[in-house]
Design a protein around this ligand. Sequence first.
Ligand SMILES: CC(C)(COP(=O)(O)OP(=O)(O)OC[C@H]1O[C@@H](n2cnc3c(N)ncnc32)[C@H](O)[C@@H]1OP(=O)(O)O)[C@@H](O)C(=O)NCCC(=O)NCCS
Length: 321
Amino acid sequence: MIKIKKFTETDYEFEEIARIRNLINHDSIDHPDYDKDDWAMRDKSLIRDRLLLYDENKLIAILYYVQGREENKRTCFFNIVLDPSYNGNQYRETLYQQMLNQIKQFNCNKLYSNIYEHANYQNYQKLLINHNFKLVQTNREYSSDIRQINTKKYQSLIDKLESEGIKFYDSKYQMQEFPNHFQKLEELEWIIDQDVPIPDGMNHTRTPFNRWKKQCIDFYNDCYGVHIVAVQNGEYIGCTDIEVLPKAEPHKGWTGTLGVIRKFRRRGIAIALKIKAIEGLLKKGVTEVRTDNEENNPMYKINVELGFKAVPFSLEYMKGI
Ligand SMILES: CC(C)(COP(=O)(O)OP(=O)(O)OC[C@H]1O[C@@H](n2cnc3c(N)ncnc32)[C@H](O)[C@@H]1OP(=O)(O)O)[C@@H](O)C(=O)NCCC(=O)NCCS
């Protein structure tokens, strides 16, 4: 008997969700504790839920959805993960239809989902295409064995930038006592974020400061890889953040964002930030870094220059309803 049940936030559910996700993940490993932390940290002002599909008492699929923030408040971000041994039974469709019913509560008019260009996601991609979702953004995905990167080659660039008054600091260990550190960092991240390409029809939205700060402290405490900030005369001008999830994959760093404010671009600051971050990660025993960027973003040239290797692309799909 197949049945959709309500998500009740039990440890058993978090463990089972990680088990199902790990049947699909092609280059990452989920650990239930991180999912549990994310759920506890979620912004409760946004409508968010999970639909769990059971075969008798065995979890076989999950649909996640969350309402967007502010200008995106009528957009629903969702994803479906199904145990592959249950493919071919329309189970994703069952969950999708249930979600369509539930998201009427926020007057949803747009749906967004994403996949990787990898065999494990092909059945889900078919569902999106059958429902007339359109491909709206393609992202290059990269991985690097950072032990192979010749960081010394870039020392003269870093020396040159430092001689021009641009200093590179580790945000967690060197900057927390700087005047207005958190305000300046949030402002910098918001300026950069607005320049990161997103699909037409989506809006960049600013996370309220207190919430942003809570997430930043959580990053410092639970999944800190490294966070390098470039500073000139007290002005924060560029940064990159990389997470490491020690309970899941302690050897691997996941890049969040890397950006430089406009008037400082094309001086090598992005490369320097990346090299500083890699040096910091190597000291902690991290050996691999994953990153991604929209296919035409110049960031890919930097990744290629550093020897990052392409791994399956990620594809973003959208549909108006
Ligand atoms: C992408 C970004 C970080 C580059 O920062 P930057 O400090 O200007 O980059 P660098 O000076 O280190 O550039 C190194 C090389 O990358 C390439 N590059 C960087 N920006 C480029 C651009 N706009 N057009 C073409 N090539 C570019 C060039 O090969 C450049 O070398 P060159 O200047 O000698 O030709 C910056 O444009 C940015 O912040 N963009 C918005 C945020 C974003 O999209 N981040 C990436 C996704 S998270």
